[in-house]
Design a protein around this ligand. Structure first.
Ligand SMILES: [Zn+2]
Length: 312
């Protein structure tokens, strides 16, 4: 176990001893209900997690964001919440509203916008230094509940289906050069790209190339995306999910078609989080398929990017 892994595990244990809210929520997580939906060669889990209500329904418009106290700023953290400094710029905190059995939030110390381009290298370093965890990023309009404060998250490996699905999943190599492979995956309900390499620098370089091919929509500061990355047996795996929409239409419905779901990287990794029991009970495989399809980029858009990747 790396020194950093050891430190954050100790932080986790002590926070669960000393911080009532964290203890209660991690205990509650052990009893959450899940449903499993099979889609042939892979499954999607739906997790009924009422503690995520706040995050799923967070108002992320500019006015609401400006009016609320930022919950990731050091001066606003609960008194009991402790952190482990990381690279001077970040601190690693136990997430008090967990989805994973061990779940951390890694915000910057400074209050600054959630943007990935200049921080992707930090994400890759985290994947290397925390090999027991999957590191993830939610873009400011792709599931982040704090779009105004830069942060990553880390969840213990063994929880997200994608970590295992990635191997048998049908995927096309669309670029190969030296020790970098870029795959396009169109067989997983949500279109995404996988960057795979043993070389940390190449992962960074090719992420930047891919980023430059994604569209930045009006009023956005970066292409909408979720990222899931991890390091295993000397190799880096980074899954990039370009997003079409922040939230599906069913989130905003005022009738019984409403499903309160605000997908981020975890949902892209195969665990759909619903904070309301009625949604958990009624959601169907067809709903899941529709939600993914609506929030991810279309096959046509995916193909346009694939064609450009082949030219890089
Ligand atoms: Zn802040």
């Amino acid at each position: 176990m790396s020194i950093l892994s050891q430190q954050i595990k100790e932080l986790f244990d002590s926070q669960l001893r000393e911080w009532e809210q964290a203890k209660t929520n991690y205990e509650a997580l052990k009893k959450v209900k899940t449903r499993n939906f099979s889609f042939g060669s892979f499954s999607v889990k739906v997790q009924f997690n009422p503690a995520r209500m706040h995050s799923a329904s967070a108002k992320v418009d500019a006015v609401s964001i400006q009016e609320r106290k930022c919950f990731l700023c050091p001066q606003n953290l609960p008194e009991q919440q402790k952190g482990i400094p990381y690279e001077e710029e970040y601190q690693i905190l136990v997430n008090p509203f967990p989805i994973f059995p061990v779940h951390y939030t890694i915000p910057t110390c400074e209050h600054t916008d959630q943007l990935i381009l200049n921080r992707f290298g930090d994400m890759v370093n985290l994947a290397e230094e925390l090999p027991e965890y999957t590191i993830f990023y939610n873009g400011p309009k792709a599931g982040a509940s704090a779009p105004d404060h830069a942060h990553f998250q880390a969840g213990i490996k063994g929880f997200l289906p994608i970590e295992k699905d990635i191997y048998p999943l049908e995927k096309d190599v669309i670029y190969e050069s030296g020790d970098i492979l870029i795959y396009a995956v169109k067989s997983y309900l949500r279109n995404f790209f996988l960057l795979r390499s043993k070389d940390k620098e190449r992962i960074k370089i090719y992420f930047e190339k891919l980023y430059s091919l994604l569209e930045i929509k009006e009023d956005d500061k970066e292409p909408k995306m979720n990222i899931l990355g991890w390091h295993v047996e000397g190799e880096y795996y980074f899954c990039i999910f370009p997003r079409e929409k922040h939230r599906p239409d069913c989130f905003f419905a005022n009738d019984d078609t409403q499903i309160l779901v605000s997908p981020g990287a975890v949902d892209m990794g195969g665990v759909l989080i619903v904070p309301q029991e009625k949604d958990f009970n009624k959601i169907t495989a067809a709903d899941i398929e529709d939600i993914y399809k609506e929030i991810c980029i279309s096959d046509e858009e995916m193909q346009l990017i694939i064609d450009k990747v082949k030219q890089i």
